[in-house]
Design a protein around this ligand. Structure first.
Ligand SMILES: Nc1ncnc2c1ncn2[C@@H]1O[C@H](COP(=O)(O)OP(=O)(O)O)[C@@H](O)[C@H]1O
Ligand SMILES: [Mg+2]
Length: 372
């Protein structure tokens, strides 16, 4: 059942009083895998991590580590280490003693401790900092020390709870690449918590998207971005225009969908359908996948639907231009298109009649919200 996974969560549920925080959570982590738990604040990421680490017991479900049930084992009996957002370094110790702390508790020989600490510090590029006091370090350096302290014990699994959350954006981007490189080199499995989609996309082998204590979708960054299963995932990963519609016809690999204002679109669709013919669904289209064409211009590609609309507003953002378009005047629903094409900066024809061209492959058909 665990299929050789390093870690498996089986049907984990947890409530605090009347507040259900996790509901039937399942996922696995492979050996050496970088798995990210992603979701908005309060969705249960930290609680999941605390259950894996053993700081919290689930109400239901089991935690399996290499196939062994560790659900009720205390943290120190699990081959797991946690790195928190707040570094939890000892301020009165120097760097060496901070990193060596766990090894001394385990009473390893001093030579081995010295060797391992030196190796861990070199890994986080802080060789030579051994006798510095932690109060003399920058935020990025402190987080690297916290990481060295976690790696020095060579756990099979490292849990990281928003470890870069306290760093400014530029430093964070650099640390993301470093962390990922270290994880690859050591082949330690990471369960990494973040609420930052870009961070999750940049670092993970797979992502578990959470909402309200439930797993919405598990997949590689590309799968989650290209084939989101729900409108929540579509909008949370990147952004998306979400329309409600009805699947009015399914014939020989082609679908017809009725959108707002009774606008019908018909196109080939190769993916599994989320609902049956006749039912309501959601249609998600990413802003960068809508190309705006002025009425007089010819369509460049054939494999797309062409929806007539008006351009209601443009916002120039430097590297891209946002175009607000109105294809559904009766319902008033507008779509956002994002374009890097410079001609949109020049023309800015307010209220111009346009075509919104959307390639068939970029139309995502999803379950309506609240059906899962
Ligand atoms: N020890 C606790 N006692 C009561 N409620 C808690 C406790 N820990 C977490 N919660 C609640 O559980 C929910 C999920 O919290 P958490 O797992 O920290 O979310 P996240 O890390 O995704 O932001 C929140 O509503 C939070 O207030
Ligand atoms: Mg949290």
């Amino acid at each position: 059942m665990s299929g050789g996974a390093l870690l498996e969560l089986v049907g984990i549920s947890k409530s605090f009083g009347a507040n259900q925080v996790l509901a039937d959570v399942h996922f696995t982590v492979g050996h050496g895998e970088f798995l990210t738990l992603l979701g908005p604040s309060g969705c249960g990421k930290t609680t999941s991590l605390r259950i894996i680490a053993g700081f919290e017991e689930p109400d239901q479900g089991r935690v399996l580590l290499r196939g062994d049930d560790v659900t009720i084992l205390p943290p120190y009996r699990r081959d797991v280490h946690t790195v928190f957002q707040h570094y939890a370094l000892f301020p009165h110790y120097n760097v060496f003693d901070n990193v060596a702390f766990g090894l001394r508790l385990r009473r390893l020989p001093p030579d081995e401790i010295r060797g391992r600490v030196t190796e861990a510090l070199s890994l986080v590029r802080l060789s030579g900092f051994e006798s510095r006091r932690t109060t003399e370090l920058s935020g990025g350096q402190m987080q690297r020390i916290a990481l060295a302290r976690a790696l020095v014990g060579r756990p099979a699994l490292l849990l990281l709870d928003e470890p870069l959350g306290a760093l400014d954006l530029k430093l964070r981007r650099g640390m993301q690449l470093e962390l990922k490189a270290i994880q690859r080199r050591l082949k330690i499995a990471f369960v990494y918590v973040t609420h930052d989609q870009d961070e999750a996309m940049a670092m993970s082998d797979r992502i578990v998207v959470f909402q309200h204590g439930r797993v919405e979708q598990i997949g590689t960054p590309e799968e989650i971005y290209r084939r989101p299963k729900t409108s929540f995932v579509a909008d949370f990963m990147g952004s998306a225009n979400i329309l409600s519609g009805r699947l009015t016809q399914v014939r020989e690999g082609c679908v017809r969908v009725r959108l707002e204002d009774e606008v019908d679109v018909e196109f080939p669709y190769a993916e599994p359908l989320p609902v049956a013919e006749g039912e309501e669904l959601c249609v998600a289209i990413r802003p960068e996948r809508i190309s705006v064409r002025y009425e007089s211009e010819l369509a460049l590609v054939g494999d797309c639907v062409q929806i007539p609309a008006r351009l209601t507003d443009t916002v120039y953002l430097g590297d891209e231009t946002q175009l607000f378009i109105s294809p559904f005047p009766k319902s008033g629903k507008t779509l956002l298109a994002a374009s890097m094409d410079v001609r949109h900066q020049a023309e800015r024809q307010k209220d111009a009649p346009i075509w919104a061209d959307i390639r068939w492959q970029d139309i995502l058909l999803l379950e309506p919200p609240g059906r899962a």
